[in-house]
Design a binder for this molecule. Structure first.
Ligand code: DGL
Length: 271
């Protein structure tokens, strides 16, 4: 629904996207593919990652700081490309943000709709699994099925090091996915934006018959819908640009971002 409280933004202003680290690039790539003419700014809060076992006040403070940074860069909308931030802090961000906020959350609803065994697994950070938002999603959409919640400490760090196919990553994935399969899950939700970068290993460990759900494409569709509703979609015919920022080590984040993004990029420090 349209609200009138937002700033009047211009169509050529950028969209801000952020995560605790490089995981949100899995959302950024969907946005880039669905909205090719939008200018995008990505912030990896790598100096403070991972968020997954931090306190809620810490996560709220970080989300607020990054949102202020993006607003200084005059973004017309913000995308929370981090499930952990969504479940902990999005309500607060939305209460004061002068621009629309679109946020990813674990795709329990779509998984509940497609499971045939009636058992779904959710892979996410410890903080996300423990959140009241996930309990609420389970109550709303999981009442007729069994939802297996699997915290996955360590997986975010593997992606932050671009260890996508190493033996230790495969071992961790096996340890987290096998219990879900043993209990009969036929659908697995990637409830953390880092995990799509491990999608190949997760599918191999789970087997071809298991459906893996990544909600990134639906987040990009929701962003497009909201830009359209607020009449702030890009009207440019030129290809959009991407700018990358981090609070962590520029050298490392530039390397890992270039690896995951598939081409050499420049990363700047958040001042
Ligand atoms: N990509 C973040 C998420 O979706 C990871 C959070 C973390 O840093 O632990 O939850």
């Amino acid at each position: 629904m349209l609200t009138t409280r937002y700033l009047i933004s211009s169509n050529d202003e950028p969209i801000g996207v952020f995560d605790s680290g490089v995981g949100g690039l899995s959302v950024l790539r969907e946005i880039r593919s669905q909205l090719p003419t939008e200018n995008l700014i990505y912030v990896a809060d790598s100096g403070y990652a991972p968020y997954g076992n931090r306190s809620t006040s810490f996560i709220e403070e970080r989300a607020t700081a990054i949102a202020h940074f993006l607003l200084e860069l005059r973004v017309k909308a913000m995308v929370v490309a981090c499930n952990t931030v969504t479940v902990v802090a999005v309500k607060n961000l939305r209460s004061w943000s002068p621009v629309p906020i679109i946020a990813i959350e674990p795709a329990i609803k779509p998984a509940a709709n497609i499971t045939k065994s009636g058992i779904i697994g959710v892979l996410a950070t410890t903080q996300t699994i423990a959140s009241s938002s996930v309990s609420r999603l389970c109550q709303m959409y999981g009442s007729n099925i069994e939802v297996l919640l699997q915290p996955c400490p360590g997986l975010v760090e593997q992606v932050e090091r671009a260890e996508l196919t190493t033996v230790s990553t495969r071992l961790m994935v096996t340890n987290y996915v096998s219990p879900l399969l043993e209990k009969g899950a036929d659908t697995i939700v990637l409830g953390c934006t880092h995990y799509p970068f491990l999608g190949q290993i997760i599918q191999e460990v789970a087997g071809a018959d298991i459906t893996i759900i990544d909600p990134a494409a639906s987040v990009a569709r929701e962003l497009a819908r909201q830009l359209n509703n607020h009449k702030i979609s890009s009207i440019s015919a030129a290809s959009g640009t991407e700018r990358f920022f981090t609070t962590g080590s520029v050298v490392h984040v530039q390397w890992v971002t270039s690896t995951l993004w598939g081409r050499q990029v420049t990363v700047d420090i958040v001042p």
